[in-house]
Design a protein around this ligand. Structure first.
Ligand SMILES: Cc1cc2nc3c(=O)[nH]c(=O)nc-3n(C[C@H](O)[C@H](O)[C@H](O)COP(=O)(O)OP(=O)(O)OC[C@H]3O[C@@H](n4cnc5c(N)ncnc54)[C@H](O)[C@@H]3O)c2cc1C
Length: 477
């Protein structure tokens, strides 16, 4: 048992998960100290080093709403009601995310969101946030502890004089992201499962200015593309997406292989970039006047899936726990990493309520509830990459999605598309995965009986009646 303590709980990392977590813990009456290695983004400007904007959906909003923050956050967001596919040739195709037009995902700026959460954390009694403090928690022979030191400047010649402080708290929660130092230290222990798996694809961000800046007149109410959708350029094995920003620009992200014909390595000069986009993304160059310069200047980053178990170590009266990307970094193709992290926070808070405090039992319940769900969304995110880059453009896929929505409309209590369960509900991810597979199996049986060309020749009403009859036959109640 620790004798003196700096706080009831130390949170390591004031990114998206850490700042929301601090609000929840402060509201529980705990004394919370948060250490963030970056400078305060409200003074120094936001330096995320990650995607500029994110898709916030139902689970994330659920996480925010537990402490009444959903309104303050959603006022910065832009709703996206479906995907617009951009083929190499031919017309754009819109695919709604849901038959219910009120169900949408929301484009939100990472910087604005982090700042709103930090403001909320600092307004919460009992919470203090210190910036420019790099720290990690680790289990040592003396029990669990946290080290910290001034992160900058680190002058090697005076290293002997640097203070290596020791922070004392009964609980440390590491929300220090996908490359968590805390997890790194903990996975060196006995009987810890750990895996990291990189995609053969990286990502790079590009920029579409506003319609006015492009000289396109009013465009789509000032945007160069429809701002009520997530835009996708699926290219089989590679893709680009674009999400709208409130300043009427779009942030685009290339998800390309590192090597190969359609890859980052393949484009060596500005001329290569221009010619490649003219050929494979012909509607893009007129919208990106700084394409070649941005391509050369913007970093190309990697995409990783990290799995680990356990997430909690409790001994000698102290606990270290991992939360958010520190526990389960996933690839971004379901737009769920942050949403899952916010859900972690609210589930942990529920456990604290049920177990009457931030006890080892509450932390253990949290990890056991979340781990199967984190594994399920990690798998679904990998599967969704294949769907987005290879399938969304094909007529067969569009037909399957139409059929899926019809089955859902005919039997909403029994069949809901996996996308809707993941993005528009808090049904546990593992259950969404299982129910998604069940529905997929049913569709694979329906399609041979009533394929797309047959459906087209039947007319809408006859098609719906035939699907209803088949549903009755193949999946009786
Ligand atoms: C390209 C891309 C697109 C994405 N799109 C989406 C999306 O659309 N929707 C979605 O839900 N998710 C998306 N994600 C995932 C999302 O970004 C993460 O899941 C989310 O940021 C996780 O939050 P976190 O707080 O756990 O980690 P982070 O946001 O990474 O925060 C970690 C914080 O810890 C700090 N830190 C690190 N080490 C230390 C230390 N030793 N001491 C103190 N502080 C430290 C860091 O400075 C940082 O502030 C995307 C990710 C990528 C890469």
């Amino acid at each position: 048992m620790i004798e003196t303590k700096d706080a009831d709980v130390i949170v390591l990392g004031a990114g998206l998960a850490g700042s929301l977590l601090a609000v929840y813990l402060g509201r529980r009456g705990l004394k919370v100290k948060v250490f963030e290695r970056r400078p305060d983004p409200r003074k120094a400007g936001y330096a995320g080093g990650r995607s500029i904007n994110l898709a916030l959906s139902h689970r994330g909003i659920w996480g925010l709403s537990g402490v009444g923050l959903e309104g303050a956050v959603l006022k910065h967001a832009l709703p996206m009601r479906g995907r617009i596919m951009h083929p190499v040739k031919g017309d754009l195709a819109f695919q709604p995310y849901s038959a219910d037009p009120s169900e949408c995902i929301n484009s939100i700026s990472r910087g604005a969101l982090n700042i709103a959460l930090l403001d909320a954390a600092e307004r919460t009694p009992g919470v203090t946030v210190e910036f420019g403090r790099e720290a990690w928690a680790y289990p040592s022979t003396e029990g669990l502890s946290a080290n910290d030191w001034p992160s900058r400047p680190i002058d090697k010649t005076s290293a002997g004089n640097l203070t290596v402080g020791r922070l004392r708290a009964p609980v440390y929660i590491a929300t220090d992201g996908a490359y968590s130092f805390t997890r790194h230290h903990c996975t060196a222990r006995d009987r810890v499962d750990y895996s990291q798996s990189y995609l053969g694809h990286g990502y790079k961000e590009l920029h579409i200015p506003s319609a006015a800046d492009l000289g396109l007149g009013s465009g789509h109410d000032g945007w160069a593309l429809d701002p009520q959708a997530l835009h996708i350029w699926p290219r089989g094995g590679a893709m680009m997406i674009a999400l709208p920003n409130p300043d009427r620009t779009f942030t685009c992200t290339l998800f390309w292989p590192w090597e190969g014909p359609h890859s980052f390595a393949n484009l060596k000069s500005d001329a290569d970039v221009g010619a490649f986009f003219e050929r494979h993304y012909p509607d893009v160059p007129p919208l990106m006047p700084t394409l070649a310069a941005d391509f050369a200047k913007n970093p190309t980053s990697s995409l990783v899936t990290i799995r680990c178990w356990p997430w909690v170590w409790s001994e000698q009266g102290s606990s270290v726990a991992l939360l958010g990307d520190a526990a389960h970094a996933i690839v971004p193709f379901y737009g769920q990493g942050m949403n899952a992290a916010f859900e972690d926070v609210r589930v942990l808070d529920d456990c604290i309520g049920r177990r009457s405090g931030l006890t080892p039992e509450a932390l253990d319940e949290y990890q056991r509830l979340r781990k199967p769900n984190a594994d399920a969304i990690a798998d679904m995110a990998l599967d969704n990459f294949v769907e987005m880059r290879d399938k969304v453009g094909s007529p067969a896929f569009l037909y399957k999605k139409r059929l899926e929505q019809l089955v859902h409309t005919l039997a909403p209590d029994r069949f809901t598309p996996q996308y809707n369960l993941v993005s528009f509900s808090t049904v546990p991810y593992a259950e969404a995965q299982r129910r998604g597979r069940e529905l997929d199996h049913l569709l694979e049986r329906l399609i041979p009986v009533i394929p797309a060309d047959k459906a087209a020749s039947m007319g809408e009403a006859a098609w719906k009646a035939r699907v209803a009859a088949l549903l009755h036959e193949l999946a009786p109640r």
